[in-house]
Design a protein around this ligand. Sequence first.
Ligand code: NAP
Length: 425
Amino acid sequence: MSETDQRRSVVTAGTDVVPVGELPPLGRVPSHMHAQVVRQDRYGDPAEAFRPEVVPTPEIGPHEVLIAVMAAGINYNNVWAARGYPVDQVAVRQKRGEPEDFHIGGSDASGIVYAVGSDVTGIEVGQHVITHPGWWDAQDPWVREGRDPMIANSARIYGYDTNYGSFGQFTRVQAHQVLPKAEHLTWAEAAAPTLVGTTAYRMLHGWAGNTVEKDDVVLIWGGSGGLGTQASQLARLAGAVPVAVVSDAERGAYAEKYGAAGWIDRRRFSHWGIPPLVDDKAGQREWTAGARAFGKRVWEIVGSRRDPALVFEHPGAATIPTSIFVCRPGGMVVICAGTTGYDAMVDLRYHWTRQKRLQGSHGTNDAQAIAYNDLVRSGKIDPVLGRTVAFGEIGAAHATMGRGEDVFGNVSALVGAASPDAGRA
Ligand SMILES: NC(=O)c1ccc[n+]([C@@H]2O[C@H](COP(=O)([O-])OP(=O)(O)OC[C@H]3O[C@@H](n4cnc5c(N)ncnc54)[C@H](OP(=O)(O)O)[C@@H]3O)[C@@H](O)[C@H]2O)c1
């Protein structure tokens, strides 16, 4: 640890900071708090970028809520934030006029309301809640016109684009992000699924003309992962047939446990990435043979020659050509990330003649988050908590995720909760 880091991690003498795993009396907000903090001079490997520090507890505005975080969900977005790539979040926020020279990430929280802003109604100190990640400016003209706020210019992902996410003892959220916690879940379970679950809900239910319907085949990349296990469950609930893509049998079995009708081992194929260009006839033939064989595996699992009405995309560059190839005419490839790269290729000939749709999707609006959370609260959707880590392991857990080694469901970190079993009513 550098000398500067040592200074930053020293508990400021005289502050009323409470140890991690404990809570101050209900409603008493300490001036300082522990947090896992990312700074620009540490950008890179998340294991190094995150450091525990004591920082001032954030103040809240009239429409905001302060939550004592009991557990925080770990998501891939803060792997990117820790790397400072592709976006330097600290620099972006400073450019907007925010004073902090650090990033406290964390886009999923379960916790207890400790303070509410002067204009907040319907939320009270002491309530057990979770947060959804959709954040926007209520005064944004787009939002004021009543349009989908997650498409507004001001739309952000809480705890990635915004500061004071759930990797601190207190998190600051807009009041509309606050939803009731499922009583049957522990704090760790409740913190696990909302970012990926609401994202999956919007991808499958949010795009009119191509929303998931009964008997639709839905191809789901990363079927054992955070997004994938939520997508399979949601597709099943809609009466559709989810087909998972994974990279080994153990992950395939995990995907089936959460609703997949079957799984495809992507390691059996090699036609990934940018296909040979149109004039390379031999190369195109070879590529098409690979993509066709992949499509046949979908038919084998489904039991008939039905192509996916929806393809649930997030790997991006490596898989987009295949996703578009196997998608049925009039179907939709819906994408929320480009984990393997951003330079994807679309063969436009087939795209227009077969009238397929490539739809971007990001985050969630309130209605989608409420609908998703109601499914969790009613026990119809499992949060798929793969493992729980300690507050001090938040950086290491992001590093593991960034290496592609966290492949079973979601990960939560304990913050105020004293044990993984705490929080069930
Ligand atoms: N825009 C949004 O609102 C939003 C919301 C949530 C997440 N995301 C993004 O979505 C991505 C996935 O998130 P996650 O939480 O599901 O991550 P995750 O749990 O780590 O799962 C990622 C999955 O991708 C698969 N994968 C890895 N390399 C691949 C490749 N070359 N080709 C095909 N599949 C590959 C892996 O499965 P196999 O190796 O078994 O195939 C793995 O299960 C991240 O980039 C995240 O930031 C975006």
